[in-house]
Ligand binder design. Structure first.
Ligand code: SAM
Length: 228
């Protein structure tokens, strides 16, 4: 199954019975589609494009050690992990509820090579240089202590390892910026300060190499390598 098909299978997996969150992340329910369009200015093509781009740092035959933080409900990644039977995967999240939903998806899909750990990205319970890849989808805009999160994701990555993922970037879409400022921050869904395209590129380039940053509306998709 190609990566695009894997992501599309997540869309089908959730379908019209999806939880509100999963429906929104996969553009697969009526309320989810409305939020994607209204707040994020994204249709299905853009939604698929940003997820594909964010996952581009994980090769389709990946067989190393991967940390995903935060895994959330696992809606975007469980279909991908199903196709990576030789990888050694660790998924971490602060919220037992969100991660419980990811665990259920993994069990239902018969995925056996994932270890789930509850924890804080700002204090990762792993040794230095433990992982070949650190994947972070839609987390950095939510993490309260972003400096600690950048420090820790860097620390647990092996020299030469890949750091990739995506999150909200200020300045990519004016309408999104308005909703984030007036709704998401007030409700506590997202925590400032937020990166801009320029600030993120500068931050990543200071400690990583081969930095690629692609914007899809207000989402920045990044992929870089820890300097060897
Ligand atoms: C928007 S969700 C993203 C989940 C998933 N990666 C996705 O794209 O659907 C943000 C997640 O960050 C988790 N989170 C927030 N602060 C955290 C922290 N300090 N350490 C670990 N996880 C955290 C939340 O529990 C939530 O599951």
């Amino acid at each position: 199954m190609t990566r695009k098909e894997q992501i599309k299978s997540a869309y089908k997996l959730t379908g019209s019975n999806a939880s509100f969150y999963d429906g929104m992340m996969t553009y697969s329910t009526l309320p989810g589609k409305a939020i994607c369009r209204l707040i994020w200015n994204m249709d299905q093509e853009k939604n698929l494009r940003y997820i594909e781009q964010a996952l581009s740092g994980v090769p389709e035959d990946f067989a190393g050690k991967l940390l995903e933080v935060p895994v959330g409900t696992g809606v975007l990644t469980m279909p991908v992990y199903k196709e990576l039977p030789d990888a050694d995967i660790t998924c971490l999240d602060y919220s037992a509820d969100m991660m419980g939903a990811a665990q259920k998806k993994a069990e239902a899909a018969g995925i056996k090579n994932i270890t789930f750990r509850q924890g804080d990205v700002g204090e990762l319970p792993f040794d230095d240089g433990s992982f070949d890849t650190v994947l972070s989808l839609n987390g950095f805009h939510a993490f309260p202590d972003k400096e600690a999160a950048y420090r820790e994701t860097f620390r647990v990555l092996k020299p030469g390892g890949t750091f990739c993922g995506c999150f909200y970037i200020e300045g990519g879409c004016r309408r999104t910026d308005w909703f984030i400022r007036h709704l998401y921050v007030r409700k506590g869904f997202f925590t400032p300060p937020f990166e801009t395209e320029i600030s993120l590129k500068k931050r990543l380039s200071a400690i990583y190499e081969d930095v690629q940053l692609t914007m899809v509306e207000g989402i920045g998709c990044f992929c870089c390598k820890r300097k060897a």
